[in-house]
Design a protein around this ligand. Structure first.
Ligand code: UDP
Length: 388
């Protein structure tokens, strides 16, 4: 009986070319958690800040009010909050996935236990299926190339038709740095250690300063690092080494900074997230500090990003003017804390290990329905089965 379960999925991994909620929509909530009608809430929010602050930051305050008013909460227990992305990703294959299409997407087969771990947890709920999994950062199916290939990738932009799956780093195999020599992973454990760290540094105790540590995986991070060099009291943002580091040129002409554990990020009020090669694994961790996340750019997503909204859960980081938003946050401390708290609650409630598992299950069940043939194990494919 068990052997049959082990044989259920054939996982093809491809290298390819490049290496407290309300009922939905019925009420608005202010920062204190009170519920009321939209106009009353907006009026209350407006009166809360000084006239000077209201005038100077009217644009951002209005954006925040509008974003909160239009945000609809979702009941995580129904396991459907992240489902719209599965529907959207698979709509490309609404006419089914034939053997020929899968063959075209397949190439070679390294294994990735951070993926297998989740598949094995839901394998009993799935029919036999085969899939092509891209284990690189970069997505593979650019719609401008015309071919609609069903390739699973952890991150993409709207230019790509890849089917989004939860990254391996929820379990293991994330970026290997000095602090995580075996690779960042074990989201279940980090959720706990970050919670403990955030209890040590509640909002009132946190330093009112921006903070970033990471390597120069994209130049989008440069303006913040420059700002930190000019105004070190405002923000401490420094580049660390990664495997590709060759000289100080790779850390923007400064010696690489020491790495800082994610838990120690919690002592700062404002934490920054930028894309790296693709979406950065950093993002989900920052919220658990109860710090305000400045998220730069909305192009690169992981599976849980679409449910998160700017100004509701995080602050948009205007790429080239991080200073303006930092000043806004510093001068509107209550607003900043409320956004940080909503971001924290979202990740706490919607990105539990069971939500990740639920996404895998729904994704693979929906995908399996599109397969137009019965998979048989062929030479060279990687079969997902429990490790002994
Ligand atoms: N990281 C960290 N402390 C550091 C540098 C990096 O915890 O001092 C983490 C970071 O949060 C991210 C991962 O290591 O999750 C890789 O970071 P990097 O900037 O090298 O690459 P990214 O994946 O963000 O492009």
């Amino acid at each position: 009986m068990k052997a049959k379960v082990f044989l259920k999925i054939f996982l093809f991994i491809s290298l390819l070319r490049s290496s407290r909620s309300t009922t939905e929509g019925t009420c608005s909530r202010d920062e204190s958690g009170e519920c009321g009608d939209d106009d009353a809430m907006k009026e209350k929010a407006r009166n809360k800040y000084s006239q000077e602050s209201n005038t100077k930051w009217a644009h951002h305050l209005a954006q925040i009010e509008d974003s909160i008013a239009s945000y609809k909460n979702c009941d995580p227990e129904k396991c459907s909050c992240h489902y719209p992305l599965i529907k959207k990703d698979l709509a490309v294959f609404k006419n089914g996935i034939g053997k020929d299409v899968l063959q075209a997407a397949r190439d070679s087969f390294p294994t990735m236990y951070g993926i297998e771990h989740f598949i094995l947890k839901v394998i009993d709920k799935l029919p036999d299926l085969e899939m092509v999994v891209n284990t690189r950062d970069w997505p593979q199916v650019d719609y401008r190339f015309g071919k609609k290939l069903p390739v699973f990738s952890f991150s993409k932009t709207s230019t790509y038709l890849d089917i989004t799956y939860p990254a391996w780093t929820f379990w293991e195999g994330g970026p290997a740095i000095g602090l995580y020599p075996m690779g960042l992973g074990r989201w279940d454990l980090l959720r706990k250690s970050l919670r403990t760290a955030s209890e040590k540094w509640p909002w009132e105790v946190k330093e009112s300063k921006g903070f970033f540590r990471g390597s120069r995986t994209s130049a989008e991070r440069d303006p913040l690092v420059y700002l930190s060099r000019e105004e070190p009291d405002l923000v401490d943002a420094q580049y660390t080494k990664n495997q590709a580091w060759k000289s100080d040129a790779d850390t923007l002409y400064a010696p690489p900074a020491s790495e800082v554990p994610l838990e120690d990020h919690c002592q700062y009020k404002y934490l920054f997230n930028f894309r790296g090669v693709a979406a950065s694994f950093r993002f989900k961790h920052l919220f658990l500090c109860h710090s305000l996340v400045f998220h730069s750019g909305d192009e690169w997503i992981e599976f849980f990003y679409p449910r998160m909204k700017p100004w509701v859960h995080f602050t948009k980081n205007l790429r080239t003017y991080p200073k303006e938003l930092l000043k806004f946050a510093m001068e509107n401390d209550d607003v900043a804390m409320a956004i940080a708290e909503r971001g924290y609650e979202f990740i706490r409630d919607h990105l539990r290990m069971k939500d990740v598992l639920c996404y895998w299950r729904k994704l693979l069940q929906s995908y399996a329905e599109l397969l137009q043939y019965k998979p048989v194990k062929e030479a060279g494919v990687y079969e997902v089965r429990p490790r002994m």
